[in-house]
Design a protein around this ligand. Sequence first.
Ligand SMILES: Nc1nc2c(ncn2[C@@H]2O[C@H](COP(=O)(O)OP(=O)(O)OP(=O)(O)O)[C@@H](O)[C@H]2O)c(=O)[nH]1
Ligand SMILES: [Mg+2]
Length: 239
Amino acid sequence: MNENLVIIPTYNEINNIEFIINKITSLNIDVDILVVDDNSPDKTYEKVEFLKKNISNLYLIINNKKSGIGKAYIKGFEFAISNNYSKIIQIDADMSHDPNDIYRLLKYSKNYDLVIGSRYINGIRIVNWPLSRLALSYFANLYAKIITGLNIYDCTGGYKCIDIDLLKSINLNSINSQGYSFQIEINYRACIKNFKIKEIPIIFTDRTIGKSKMSKRIIIEAIFIVPMLRLKKILKLIK
Ligand SMILES: Nc1nc2c(ncn2[C@@H]2O[C@H](COP(=O)(O)OP(=O)(O)OP(=O)(O)O)[C@@H](O)[C@H]2O)c(=O)[nH]1
Ligand SMILES: [Mg+2]
């Protein structure tokens, strides 16, 4: 096993998964890869099972049903903890995140516990999103920043490198967020516990293949979870 683990959550990514796995394995970095699939109707997991035959450092967890990106990552974090990885890298399957940025994420992770690939630091770097989607993401981030008081410009981004000690310090079972608020919650907990956080600029490109899983439910969840996080902190319910 390698020291570091890349986790890719998937739901209906049959036409993206092989490409991203090949990209990551072709990088000059020794990392293991874990796909956490929610029993995708398009059978993404079957493609991964096939690829596993030739890629020894590729792992797969299949959940029974779709339970959101947060739950998928928690399964991945538990795998990382029980297999003693040092750093975990979160990445989307749809090539919105450039796998080449893993080099920089890992480089900064030597000095920081949480490195966030940020779309909103030093300007906005998002390619091909319609203005409405950009506005939603931008204002969601502003909302999260103001309510939580976090000094992070991209709180909802999913491209990150997390130190295993940070994950071990969080009671993963107590995380309920499922959508984007999961990303905010991890950042918030890292900040409360005084872990060192760094945002580094990345370019985010809209997916060209497959469908977005963005939904009203995910947005409504985030609207409620953000003030709840603040409240729980005030009431000392998250330590
Ligand atoms: N296991 C699992 N993965 C999910 C779930 N929802 C989304 N994902 C994966 O999480 C990653 C990010 O989801 P996306 O749908 O790309 O979300 P997004 O990037 O915010 O939105 P778009 O780029 O517009 O699609 C992708 O790899 C998805 O396949 C889920 O419920 N379960
Ligand atoms: Mg995406």
